[in-house]
Design a protein around this ligand. Structure first.
Ligand code: FE2
Length: 371
C-alpha cells in the first residue's frame, strides 16, 4: 500500500524533463541529423528550435540536442552546469562567450566547426546569414547530471563560475596546443576548431591502414572528443567498448559494420556528413571508407584522456590498440572474419576506388575464392 503516496520507481528524471520541453525526440540506431525534426525550444529563445536525439547505444551519460537558428536570429544568453560540445552541421554563425565579469570572446563558425563554451559560461549563438538557416548538434552530459541533481534551476540558472576551465584567449580564436604523447594518444587542446575537416591528424597505423587520429580536449572538459581519418581505399580495424561513444561523420562516405560476438550476420549502417550513430555496449564495430576522399569522423563520449572519469575508460585509454588476445578490445586484420574483407572488395569493385589494403591481405586470393 502506498497510502495515497505515488510510488516513484525506476525514474529517469532526464527523460521526464526532456518530455516536458515540447520538442520532438528522435530515437534510432543511426540518425541523419540533417533531417531530424525540431520545434521551438523556449530555453534557447530567439526563435531557436531544437530536437533531441536518443540513440540505441547512447549509454547513461551523453545526450544529443539538434539546434536550429533561423536566418538573422540569435539565441538568448544561456548558461548551464553541464559540458557540451557543439558541432556545426550547416550554415554560418557566430558565438559570443562571456568569461569572468567583463570579458566576452566572439568567433565565427561554419559547417564542420567544433566548439565548447567553458562550463557554465554564458553564451549566445547567432545566425549571421539573412537567408540560410543554421543547424548545430550539441553533445552533452546533461542526461547524467539531470539524473543526479533533478533540479532545472540549479543546472540552468546558477551563477557559479569556473575560471579554471576557460583556457587562454587564443583557444577562442581557433588556436590550439598540440600535446604529444604517442600515436593514438596525442591531444589537441583548444575551445574552438574552425574546421574539423582540415585539423591536422597524426598517424596511428596500429588502428588501421593509413589511419590518423587526435584526441581533442575542449574547454578542459571531462567529455571526450576525438577525430579519426581513414585514407581513400582503406578501413579501420574492428573493436569494441562500452556504450555512449557518439560517432559523427565529418568528411567522406562509407559504412560501419556492427556485430555481437557469435552473431551470424553483421548490422550495417551507411554514413556521410550529418549522420551519427553510437555502437551499443560491447558490440564490435568497424568503419570502412568507400568514397573518393579521406573519411573523417568525430567521436564524443563521457571521459576524456585527461579526465577519464570511468575506470573502464582508463583501461581502454592505457592500451587503445591492444588486441582481444592481449586482453584488449581490437581485432587485428589477420584475426578478422574473412567475410569482412570480401564485402569490402565487393564494395570497391565498380566504384573506381582502388583498395590500399593489399599490404595486409592477399587480395588476389580473396577475389579468386569469391568468384
Ligand atoms: Fe569505437
Amino acid at each position: 500500500m502506498t497510502d495515497g503516496i505515488s510510488a516513484r520507481y525506476l525514474v529517469d528524471s532526464y527523460r521526464e524533463w526532456a518530455g516536458r520541453q515540447g520538442v520532438p525526440i528522435t530515437e534510432g540506431v543511426a540518425v541523419d541529423l540533417h533531417v531530424v525534426e525540431t520545434a521551438p525550444w523556449a530555453r534557447l529563445g530567439g526563435g531557436a528550435r531544437a530536437g533531441f536525439v536518443e540513440l540505441r547505444g547512447r549509454g547513461d551519460f551523453v545526450g544529443l540536442h539538434v539546434i536550429d537558428i533561423p536566418p538573422g536570429c540569435a539565441t538568448d544568453w544561456v548558461r548551464h552546469l553541464y559540458d557540451e560540445i557543439l558541432y556545426v552541421l550547416s550554415g554560418h554563425g557566430s558565438a559570443s562567450i562571456r568569461v569572468g565579469d567583463r570579458e566576452t570572446h566572439s568567433f565565427e563558425w561554419g559547417p564542420r566547426a567544433l566548439f565548447s563554451p567553458p562550463l557554465n559560461s554564458p553564451y549566445r549563438l547567432f545566425n549571421v546569414s539573412g537567408a540560410e538557416p543554421v543547424r548545430l548538434v550539441s553533445a552533452n552530459d546533461l542526461p547524467f547530471l539531470f539524473n543526479v541533481f533533478r533540479n532545472e534551476n540549479f543546472l540552468f540558472d546558477n551563477p557559479f563560475a569556473f575560471p579554471e576551465r576557460v583556457g587562454r584567449n587564443g583557444y577562442f580564436a581557433g588556436e590550439g596546443d598540440f600535446l604529444p604523447i604517442r600515436p593514438g594518444k596525442h591531444m589537441w587542446e583548444t575551445n574552438f576548431v574552425p574546421d574539423l575537416g582540415s585539423l591536422s591528424l597524426p598517424e596511428w597505423e596500429a588502428r588501421g591502414a593509413g589511419s590518423r587520429n587526435i584526441k581533442i580536449i575542449l574547454s578542459d572538459s571531462s567529455m571526450h572528443a576525438h577525430s579519426s581519418e581513414m585514407p581513400v581505399g582503406a578501413y579501420k580495424k574492428g573493436h569494441r567498448h562500452g556504450p555512449g561513444a557518439h560517432v559523427f561523420a565529418v568528411t567522406g562516405s562509407g559504412y560501419t559494420l556492427m556485430w555481437n560476438e557469435g552473431d551470424a550476420d553483421f548490422e550495417r549502417h551507411e554514413w556521410r556528413h550529418g549522420f551519427v550513430f553510437a555502437p551499443p555496449d560491447g558490440m564490435f564495430h568497424q568503419h570502412f571508407n568507400t568514397g573518393p576522399e579521406p573519411a573523417r569522423y568525430l567521436a564524443v563520449s563521457m571521459g576524456s584522456h585527461r579526465y577519464p572519469v570511468l575506470t573502464h575508460k582508463v583501461k581502454i585509454k592505457q592500451a587503445p590498440d591492444a588486441s582481444v588476445q592481449e586482453g584488449g578490445s581490437q581485432i587485428n586484420y589477420e584475426d578478422q572474419d574473412p567475410r569482412i574483407h570480401a564485402i569490402w572488395l565487393r564494395e570497391l569493385a565498380g566504384s573506381g576506388v582502388p583498395s590500399r589494403m593489399g599490404k595486409y591481405f592477399d587480395e588476389e586470393r580473396i577475389r579468386e575464392a569469391a568468384s
